[in-house]
Ligand binder design. Structure first.
Ligand code: UDP
Length: 347
């Protein structure tokens, strides 16, 4: 019988891509989402791409213990991938209570319920933000985490620690929790079908949705935050990881847990390309690949941005048997195709 994976936050940007890849790898998937930061566009897209009309979908809030418990009662869950969390750095600074409550309580509920139902494999969606401004680049999983600079970043660190501690406490018990934290670098792009992709509400915080919205005319001009950084062209360096590649890393990690291939009960992997790309390079690549002249200007630095971060990916390559495959050009073309298709999908 197919193994079953619960994807919390499965109607969102990364969750929808992961759902597609899980289904094409032969897993059964249960999606839970409170729809606080998305609409049904991506979930409908997932159904079209996979040709599966009957993916169990629960509109629930993982902060509600009884709702999470119902999921585990109604389904024999082999693994959980937990995406359900708020993710806007700036908002988290303004509303820390909202962020701590949501991001911590939902994860605690998942863990407690998973444990009470006999244990489970739990994949936590973490972030390269845990490294902060690292001294030595690229960062490996051993690179020390630095104190978080936002409540959002802090929730990522805290949830990693919670998972590590729960794994430790349940090892050897009848209710074993195995855990993997995947630290994402900068996920961008969309599924090649252009049926699912990033769907920011309001003004996008992230670079690529801002680029595509500027290209399509929803935004007048892209602001590039800072061109006086100590990098070759003066703009920040990031490791932009294609969202489909990222989704495949989740499948590899889930399979590792379910197939009993873990070397430790709690493991951490960087998920990036290992290649630094500057903001300016990314903008120019978008223009080149899509034949578009983008309206952009250089403005002041954005507070809180690190100068440079990119991943050492050897561990994920070797242990997960996973490697980023799509080129940044393919990814930027997919982001643009998604933006163009979005106006049709949302009509
Ligand atoms: N950035 C930019 N203009 C924007 C949004 C982002 O110049 O409108 C820059 C930002 O300063 C950073 C990079 O793009 O150097 C990636 O930012 P993003 O918010 O996408 O991800 P982050 O690395 O902050 O998680």
């Amino acid at each position: 019988m197919a193994k079953k994976v619960l994807v919390s936050g499965g109607a969102g940007y990364i969750g929808s891509h992961v759902t597609v890849e899980l289904i094409s790898a032969g897993y059964d998937v249960v999606v839970a989402d409170n729809m606080s930061n998305c609409d049904m566009t991506c979930f409908e897209g997932v159904k079209k791409i996979t040709g599966k009309d009957d993916i169990p979908f629960y509109q629930i809030d993982c902060c509600d213990f009884a709702s999470v418990n119902r999921l585990f009662t109604e389904h024999e869950i082999d693994a959980v991938i937990h995406f359900a969390a708020f993710k806007a750095v700036g908002e988290s600074v303004a509303e820390p209570i909202k962020y701590y409550r949501n991001n911590l309580v939902s994860f605690l509920n998942i863990l407690e319920v998973a444990k009470s139902h006999g244990g489970c494999n739990v994949l936590f969606s973490s972030s390269a933000t845990v490294y902060g401004e690292a001294d030595i680049l690229p960062v490996t999983e051993q690179t020390p985490r630095l104190p978080a600079t936002s409540p959002y970043g802090n929730t990522k660190q805290m949830c990693e620690d919670i998972l590590r501690d729960v794994v430790k406490a349940t090892t050897g018990s009848e209710n074993v929790i195995n855990g993997i934290a995947l630290r994402y670098f900068n996920p961008i792009g969309a599924h090649p079908s252009a049926l699912i992709g990033e769907l920011p509400r309001g003004v996008p915080n992230n670079l690529v949705p801002f680029i595509t919205q500027t290209a399509i005319g929803k935004r007048e001009c892209l602001s590039i935050f800072g061109n006086d950084y100590p990098t070759e062209d003066g703009t920040c360096l990031r490791d932009y990881i294609d969202v489909v590649d990222l989704a495949k890393a989740h499948v590899a990690a889930v399979s590792r847990m379910i197939d009993g291939k873990m070397k430790n009960g709690y493991e951490v992997f960087n998920v990036g390309t290992g290649r630094p790309v500057s903001v300016y390079e990314l903008v120019r690549a978008f223009e080149r690949v899509n034949g578009i002249e983008l309206n952009y200007k250089f403005v002041d630095r954005r507070p809180g941005d690190v100068v440079a971060i990119w991943a050492e990916t050897t561990l994920a390559n070797n242990e997960l048997g996973w490697k980023a495959e799509r080129t940044v050009e393919e990814t930027l073309a997919s982001a643009w195709a998604w933006e163009r298709n979005l106006s049709l999908l949302q009509k």
